[in-house]
Design a protein around this ligand. Structure first.
Ligand code: CTP
Ligand code: CA
Length: 217
């Protein structure tokens, strides 16, 4: 089994010393890489900038990128050969329309930045997904959680979406714990307790492996 995982934030440059980013640590994606590798999978981990070391497991190949565009280009090369795709990255939705060649100098009392939309990596790869491939997305929501997560499942052609609700204390960014609900394309909903991200990774990997095995009649 070959697994492609995106992880961490993306950094979108503004000038040589500044970027737009987010607080994703990459922990969830890295934990998924380790867990799939422990199950015997060959993993390609495409990671935005994180403070985590490259996983040492020989089954995990780590590719470092900065921007959404770079993450997309790295993913598109490997997507056709992978059996499972996991989109755990917190990809910047927009990037600065212009990257200044020199450091932007302080001038007026306000500064307006123009942003342009980034490529949606999961949605673009979703258009190329073959029936035997399995795609897993994440959704971080603060309201109408199930409806929004299922909307993403449909738009991005996911087979399963991992919902993080920010209403749950201890879940999401900057925590070592997470509380997730798995929603799948068949309408199945599984809710898990708050637990360590490494244990959440095990729950997700087990669910993916179970869905990919032929179901008993
Ligand atoms: N995703 C992606 N490329 C993007 C944006 C998101 O691959 N440019 C993936 C994420 O890795 C995640 C899923 O799509 O698996 C949902 O990301 P999310 O930010 O929740 O969805 P958006 O479609 O960007 O919607 P919004 O931010 O408006 O809620
Ligand atoms: Ca987004």
């Amino acid at each position: 089994m070959r697994v492609l995982i995106t992880a961490g934030p993306t950094y979108e440059p503004l000038d040589p010393v500044r970027f737009i980013g987010n607080h994703s640590t990459g922990k969830m994606g890295y934990a998924l890489a380790e867990t799939f590798a422990a199950e015997g999978a060959e993993v390609l981990l495409i990671s935005g900038p994180t403070n985590l070391p490259d996983p040492s497991n020989a089954r995990i190949q780590t590719v470092r990128v900065q921007t959404a565009q770079e993450m997309y280009e790295a993913a598109v090369v490997e997507a056709a050969a992978a059996d499972v795709w996991v989109f755990a990255a917190a990809v910047a939705d927009y990037r600065p329309a212009q990257v200044a060649e020199q450091k932007i100098k302080k001038a007026g009392e306000t500064l307006t930045l123009e942003l342009v939309k980034n490529v949606d990596i999961a949605a673009e790869l979703g258009k190329t997904k073959r029936p035997e491939q399995f795609s897993v997305g994440f959704a971080l929501e603060t309201e109408n959680e199930h409806a929004h997560a299922l909307g993403k499942l449909q738009r991005k052609n996911f087979d399963m979406v991992v919902l993080n609700s920010l209403r749950d204390a201890g879940a999401g960014f900057r925590h070592d714990t997470n509380k997730v609900t798995l929603l799948d394309a068949d309408g199945r909903i599984t809710t898990f307790e708050l637990k360590a991200k490494t244990d959440v990774a095990r729950d997700i990997v087990r669910s993916v492996l179970a869905r990919r095995l032929p179901q008993p009649h």
